[in-house]
Design a protein around this ligand. Structure first.
Ligand code: ZN
Length: 245
């Protein structure tokens, strides 16, 4: 692995300017609505066809697939294009870093992606649009076309483990980076939150860009409270200029 210079941990806050609310966070929509939380909880989803029908209707209405990257996503992609080695570790499932132009291999999606479906039996994957199209054509709970298994969004549901390979890569990047920027995350959900501590333990410069205080502010070299859409582009331009020398 090349030694990455900049690791960026992004959470829901980087996507709010794109019109995507915080679903999963400690104060996110799902946590505040137990009925909605069932739709994204593995045990309920697998055990109840009615829950799956509701979940497909929720995915059909979800605006995530129609969202566009904002200035912050574009700034991260520009940093990479400027030749600065950058890796993104994201808690988001919206795929907006990649849509902004960041190569897919440079983005680690801790919670998977809402842009794909996956079969819970044979692991077949495909574009979420294809599954939504089947729902719109009248299939309430479209089964896997390969094996007949139950399909779900390729996101990590409550009650599911994070992918250990993705997690291992995230940890390796965190240990190797020289600058670690946590942006738009409350740093309250493990294991993502702990990465900020690991970065600091390993000597990285820790920068936190978040509207609200986080448990890691004390350890940060810099805490930025300004709106992400303007402050992150400024910060990354500065980094880009520094690394040009
Ligand atoms: Zn299957």
């Amino acid at each position: 692995m090349n030694r990455p210079l900049v690791a960026i941990l992004s959470g829901a806050g980087i996507s709010t300017d794109s019109g995507i609310p915080d679903y999963r966070g400690p104060n996110g929509l799902w946590r505040r609505d137990p009925e909605a939380e069932k739709l994204v909880t593995y045990e309920y989803y697998m055990g109840d066809p009615e829950i799956r029908c509701q979940a497909w209707q929720m995915r059909r209405r979800n605006r995530t697939l129609k969202a566009e990257p904002n200035a912050a996503h574009r700034a991260v992609a520009e940093l990479e294009r400027a030749g600065v080695p950058v890796r993104v570790i994201t808690q988001n499932v919206d795929g907006l870093h990649q849509l902004a132009g960041l190569p897919t291999r440079k983005v680690l999606e801790l919670h998977g992606t809402a842009r794909k479906f996956v079969c819970t039996k044979c692991q077949a994957r495909g574009p979420m649009e294809d599954a939504i199209a089947r729902v719109e054509a009248g299939e309430d709970d479209p089964p896997c076309l390969e094996c007949g298994g139950i399909l779900k969004s390729a996101t990590v549901m409550f009650g599911e483990r994070l992918d250990p390979v993705v997690l291992g890569e995230a940890l390796a990047i965190t240990k190797a980076c020289t600058v670690f920027i946590a942006v738009g995350t409350s740093l309250q959900v493990q294991p993502a939150a702990g990465l900020a501590g690991v970065a600091a333990d390993n000597g990285a410069r820790l920068v936190i860009v978040n509207a609200e205080p986080t448990p890691y502010d004390e350890r940060a070299d810099e805490v930025i409270r300004q709106p992400i859409g303007t402050s992150l582009p400024e910060l990354l331009q500065q980094l880009s200029a520094e690394s040009a020398y």
